[in-house]
Write a protein that binds this ligand. Sequence first.
Ligand SMILES: C[S@@+](CC[C@H](N)C(=O)[O-])C[C@H]1O[C@@H](n2cnc3c(N)ncnc32)[C@H](O)[C@@H]1O
Length: 297
Amino acid sequence: MAKPFLKWAGGKGKLAPLIVDCLDQHSIPIRRYHEPFLGGGSVFFALQELSLFQDAFIGDGNPNLIATYQVIRDDVASIIAALATLSRQYLMLEESKRPVFYYQVRDRRRPRMPSTKAARLLFLNKTCYNGLYRVNSQGHFNVPHGRHKRPRILDRAGLQEASKALTNVTIEALDFEEACNRAQSEDFVYLDPPYQPLSETSVFTSYTRDGFGIEEQYRLREVFENLTARGVPTLLSNSDHPLIRDLYKGYYLQEVPMGRNINSKATQRSAINELLISNLEQTKNVGGSPSLGSART
Ligand SMILES: C[S@@+](CC[C@H](N)C(=O)[O-])C[C@H]1O[C@@H](n2cnc3c(N)ncnc32)[C@H](O)[C@@H]1O
């Protein structure tokens, strides 16, 4: 069974079964699946496992992340070989010497083969602090070394399964708006943007160099409305924030308790609710899809 191969802030491992249930209960037929904020891909892998779609278009605004998915799809043997080397070099060191090796790998900048670049991203994800992906204003990964006793850097079988699941999937580094433009009424779109932060201290918007601010939340709402007008069934998750409730007034909003979020400071990790927002009611007459949920807010 293919599973996410990265730890990713905002990962939707817990929400995936709910989305699967919704689609299942309402027998929504999906010709093409679109997930433009892919991150760790937990929803994609869950739907793919159940063969819930014929074709899939997945993407993310982070080009390094997408290049990694592409290498896993197209050349998994090379990434496994490169990661095996990094893993061996790291794990054979005494714990006190591992940070030095980590920072050497983190600071490698010269052009490399796609498979070595992808292996570097996976290595950093498994050995950095808390599995974060964060870049500075120059687009350079800047997360410090984590304290894992014996991290599982290479999961050979997991990568091979992921590679199989990604076969024939279109994977592109795209802005979400462009990705959504091609969705049609027989398709299904799942949108999982960087969340509107619940407080100043919970801000985590640096997955990409450009961040994701309030203007982006407004732009996303326009895209959501455009999908609705075109009859494309869409689910969107976001934080349970007054702004988000206001932006999506008139759509079905379901509260979902999500437990802890990733925050670099342990004291600022707290249980949060999320919203699952649906246009299935609005699109059923346009695209013929049945409705989801019953609690209109
Ligand atoms: C909350 S995460 C998605 C998490 C994912 N659902 C999972 O389960 O791991 C949001 C993602 O949006 C991406 N992103 C940020 N700005 C974007 C943009 N303008 N277009 C597409 N993706 C973007 C980030 O790189 C990040 O991977």
